[in-house]
Design a protein around this ligand. Sequence first.
Ligand code: AMP
Ligand code: ZN
Length: 483
Amino acid sequence: MDIKKREVETMSPIRFYNTYSKQIEEFKPVEPGKVKLYSCGPTVYSHPHIGNFRSFLMADLLKRFLEFKGFEVHHIMNITDVGHLLDDADEGADKLEEAARREKKDPLEIAAFYINSFNTASEMLNIKPADSFPRATEHIDEMIAMVQTLIDKGHAYVVGHNVYYDVTTFKDYGKLSGNTLDDLNAGARIEVNSEKKNPQDFALWKHDPKHIQQWDSPWGRGFPGWHIECSAMSVKYLGEQFDFHTGGEDNIFPHHECEIAQTEGATDKQWVKYWMHGRFLMFDGEKMSKSKGNLYTIQELVEKGFKKNAIRYALISSHYRQNYNFTFDGLKAAETAIDKIGQCVFTVKDKANPATTVRQEVSAFTEKAIHDFGDALSDDLNISKALAAVFELVKEANKLDDPTTSEAEAIVEAIQKIDSVLGVLDASEESIPAEIMEMAEQRKQAKLAKDWSRADALRDEITSRGYAIEDMPRHEYRIKKID
Ligand code: AMP
Ligand code: ZN
């Protein structure tokens, strides 16, 4: 038997908990060797907090692990810049508009500002960027087309200038969240909006003359409901059937339940194979949230002196299907853990003698570490077990008094392979100073005001301080330290 074949056979199958079936299932990609992954991204009306990033890091860990396993991953993350109302149940002001009124800016300016904040924090956390970050406001045509299909197929109905989804037409409505229509109806508030046929029907297109962002549609001027963006954009970028859809647990209902009704109602096909949801990050016993205001941003923690890679480690090091209680002690423990791994790399290289032999026991414990790490993550991303494999490797490596150069290389290579998933050692430790962020923002304002000489002068100043600005579409940018 050839070695490659034996290796494949001894590897555990990859298994994940699927919120849809409520079971651990073996992972079988739609297309061999490839994975298509869609993540619900940020609603860009304020700075993202570490709770949001716990969910985004779950997707990053999943993606990096699948790449470690040799899959080619195509990842899409949407940006919500219209339609997400203050109340998930189709009511209240639009979050973007609320912020626009509060900050006396245009909703698109609000979006651009907080997209930059999201990009910068993602970079700080060493999150691999998605292949594309489609924005809701740039996909209105696709949403209108899907709403029209739903009307044509009898799943949606028009009342005046509004369009609603009739949930009684979709037999699997409630399967993801476990909510039955009877239970939902029993618990429903007295309907303010009597236009709907059923209390659980949700808006696909809304008419509201007060709404700032408006588009023409076959049903009059209006704006899309929140859920339709993810159905329309995921189908556009990933097709009618794909592997993973991720989000935080609050996305399960109503957002993802409604997404399924929309997409499968429009395509008549099974849409997403595996639904993965992260449990909340908690602070002082409560869900961390923008609306409660009990939050920390990445920037705030860095300003308090915590290292970015420790924040990353802390946020990924507990299982995604358990709540994570955020504490400063947890961050300190994360720093200690990373130091232990970094110190091992430094010491083993430092101690290495020039010989190139590799003792059998050294190759055995390095290979075992990679194997056990991969096996643990194959078991529904069992991160505690995976980290135990890393620290077993560190313990064995630290025991070596006189490693050879080749042994040191083997150990460092194993740690690097593992870190291609953890992403905590390769992160640059420098954080972007607040004054550089401020100058970058001033430069953007100068560009918007077409004051090119001031924009150039600010760029030069930023460069002279050792940072580079990478311009992105729509006046967005990323800031990086020049190596
Ligand atoms: P939003 O910007 O509100 O649309 O949220 C972006 C993502 O963060 C969504 O997938 C939410 O489910 C997730 N999220 C929000 N709060 C938390 C939290 N405290 N812990 C984990 N994930 C969260
Ligand atoms: Zn979504």
